[in-house]
Ligand binder design. Structure first.
Ligand code: ZN
Ligand code: ZN
Length: 404
């Protein structure tokens, strides 16, 4: 049985144009938007909802999440029972959907099992675009061993964010292994990071040949590569090797901006996580050694966003929160609002994100033929992004999720 909702008296945000369609109705049919307009009759079975003049936006996409990150102590999490990690993921996914994120792109950890469980209705959460395990070199950002430990456990069932691989052949095989399970993208660790115990933020990781091998495998499967990178040096070599989305990039510079444009790549900053890690990281399991690295990137994030925005780079919404810090997800909107106009911040979580993940026209807009993913809010997000942190109602694929 297909269901239908008719939302009347809505103020629909046309994200492309940056203006509202006043007093319109939205009719859904099953998981899809059937009609948007001023005179729409319900189909016999429609549930009618009066939006009372509220703003209705397309469901949001968060393009950098770790839905399996139940704690900020990623190394400790590797020892969790997979069943326990999956249960914790279910809780994290539900929270994301209630905050209005109807699609999320996982950047390391989520697999086909979670995606299937969501599709089949065993879990409640956003549409999950997973990449499987992130690929990391020995001593890289997803190598969670402390210095004295020599053994790496690459078993696919361990709830780790990544897999360790070295050399072109191993990287190629690891990429093929993720693609074999239906991965939407391949994630590479291309510089040091905060949560890893033995690397430096300013390192580069994986050789150019290894990066190119992963890009070649992804492109062969009509997929793409996303790369974790902080410094201009790490960002630029990734862009030159064909990486399509750069994650974090806090220390990029003007030369990076030019390369983004030249290669038509996307930039996915994740600003909220550094604020959250600085304040609450230790409480939620971030080791002391990692906490000390947060300040290396925290202050540079807004400047990188401003450089990219002024340079006209395609910027996408991401958060990268871990453990108990997930509830801060929507604060990313207001943090970015400090340097970008509100409409551009909203586009980063809707139309631009849709282009990055290859779903333009299907997500990120309230138009006929798109998935019926909707967020209803009080107030005017174009003048105050903080209204997005308190959705009144969320609809995913035609199903109402929650009334706040
Ligand atoms: Zn990262
Ligand atoms: Zn991440």
């Amino acid at each position: 049985m297909t269901s239908s909702i008719l939302i009347t008296n809505a103020r629909v945000l046309d994200v492309h144009a940056g203006e509202y369609l006043e007093g319109v109705s939205i009719l859904t049919d099953g998981d899809t938007i059937a009609e948007v307009g001023s005179r729409i009759a319900p189909i016999a079975s429609s549930t009618v909802i009066d939006a009372e003049g509220r703003a209705v936006l397309p469901g949001f996409t968060d393009a950098h999440v770790h839905v399996t990150a139940g704690t900020a102590d990623i190394a400790a999490q590797a020892e969790w029972a997979p069943s326990y990690a999956a249960a914790r993921s279910g809780h994290i996914l539900r929270g994301m959907l209630e905050r209005g994120f109807t699609t999320v792109r996982d950047m390391g950890g989520a697999d086909y099992g979670l995606a299937d469980a969501l599709d089949e209705g065993y879990l409640t959460g956003p549409r999950l675009l997973f990449g499987g395990k992130a690929l990391s070199q020995t001593g890289g950002h997803a190598d969670m061993r402390h210095r004295g430990r020599t053994v790496t456990d690459n078993h696919p069932c361990c709830p780790t964010v990544g897999v360790v691989c070295d050399g072109v052949d191993q990287v190629r095989k690891a990429a093929r292994d993720q693609l074999r399970t239906g991965a939407h993208h391949i994630k590479l660790m291309l510089s040091g990071g905060v949560a890893s115990p033995t690397d430096r933020i300013d390192s580069t990781q994986l050789s150019v040949d290894e990066i190119r091998a992963a890009v070649e495998e992804a492109e062969a499967a009509n997929r793409y590569v996303a790369g974790h990178a902080y410094t201009a040096r790490a960002v630029n070599r990734a862009l030159q090797a064909g990486v399509r989305s750069i994650e974090h990039g806090n220390l990029l510079d003007g030369t990076s901006v030019e390369l983004f444009k030249k290669h038509e790549a996307f930039y996915v900053p994740t600003l909220v996580t550094y604020q959250a890690l600085a304040k609450e990281g230790l409480r939620y399991g971030l080791p002391e050694t990692s906490h000390r690295k947060v300040s290396d990137v925290l202050d540079h994030g807004l400047r990188a966003l401003e450089l990219a925005h002024r340079g006209g780079v395609d910027i996408v919404f991401g958060t990268d929160l871990l453990g108990g810090m997930h509830p801060h997800q929507s604060r990313e909107f207001t943090i970015r609002g400090q340097v970008q106009p509100a409409i551009d911040v909203i586009r980063s979580a809707t139309t631009v994100a849709a282009r990055l993940v290859g779903m333009a026209g299907r997500i990120g807009e309230v138009t006929p033929g798109a998935f019926a993913d909707l967020v209803v809010v009080d107030g005017d997000p174009l003048s105050d992004l903080s209204v997005l942190t308190r959705p009144k109602m969320v609809v995913k694929a035609g199903q109402p999720v929650s009334w706040a």
